[in-house]
Design a protein around this ligand. Structure first.
Ligand SMILES: [Zn+2]
Length: 277
């Protein structure tokens, strides 16, 4: 083969190699930043509701977070928080059961995104840990984003047998763990129990390291330490098995656990527009 031909063949091979290589082989994983957004604040009436027998009658301040993740391939929003309409309610949203959480909404998700110059249409994926209203309250703000939800959650009949999501919303119905961008940097971990298709999120940031975002697999630290199963969880055995699975993932990945509703923990973290990288 002449030198020129060899060069052409080598160039073609190089192109093939690039096309075939998974993203993880092309150097650093593509996850760049994570922002914590204020998606609600509240007061839980009696936290023994989440860990029966523990701290009976004790109330606790709760927070409600959304997490916005910037990846080279696009934005992912993890949880959408309480519905923005609650921001207009002067006394917030009182629960039917006083042991539950009285929520307020000091900031809207729309304003939190605007502050970062991110438009709802810019968000490639919206993933909710589960379909309770303090996590899935603003899904309809993102009609163009692909939903990443477990099939078990999607198919779970809602109140009065209504669907949990609009049928026309683009969706990837998952059946277990899911590597969102194909490079191992952001992985949905199936953690059923709180609801049939509950999920958590493992994020491997380049500087901060690995984080496991709990969703409601756990509600606050003593609830985790006690392996407490809330009164009205969908499945008790699955809840405990999921917490054990999370502990395994955390040990393997050396991941921190960030508990969505834990105000004491979140008070130690940077809120948007600050970010983790
Ligand atoms: Zn929940």
């Amino acid at each position: 083969m002449k030198a020129r031909h060899i060069a052409v063949v080598l160039a073609a091979l190089a192109m093939l190699a690039c096309a075939a290589a998974p993203a993880s082989a092309q150097g650093k994983p593509g996850v760049e930043r994570l922002y914590i957004l204020n998606c609600g604040e509240g007061v839980a009436g009696d936290i023994s509701r989440w860990s029966p027998g523990v701290n009976v009658g004790k109330s606790m301040d709760f927070v409600d977070n959304c997490y916005l993740i910037k990846h080279a391939q696009g934005w992912l929003l993890w949880d959408t928080g309480l519905a923005d309409a609650i921001a207009a309610m002067p006394n917030g949203l009182a629960p039917a059961d006083p042991r539950m959480t009285h929520w307020r909404k000091p900031k809207t998700l729309a304003s939190e995104l605007e502050k970062l110059n991110v438009k709802p249409a810019d968000i490639k994926y919206v993933a909710v840990s589960h379909t309770h209203p303090d996590h899935a309250g603003n899904v309809s703000m993102f009609p163009q984003s692909t939903l990443l939800v477990q099939r078990a959650e999607y198919d779970w009949p809602g109140p009065n047998n209504t669907p949990r999501f609009k049928p026309e919303h683009p969706v990837n119905k998952l059946t277990g763990d899911h590597d969102v961008f194909g490079d191992g940097s952001v992985t949905i971990i199936a953690t059923p129990g709180h609801t049939p298709g509950h999920q958590s999120l493992l994020v491997k940031l380049p500087k901060t390291g690995a984080l496991l975002l709990s969703g409601d697999a756990v509600h606050f630290k003593s609830n985790w330490d006690n392996r407490g199963v809330p009164d009205n969880n969908f499945n008790k055995e699955q809840t405990v098995a999921s917490m054990n699975r999370m502990a395994e993932v955390m040990a393997k990945e050396k991941a921190q656990l960030w508990i969505n509703h834990d105000k004491a923990q979140r008070d130690t973290l940077k809120m948007s527009p600050d970010f983790y990288e």
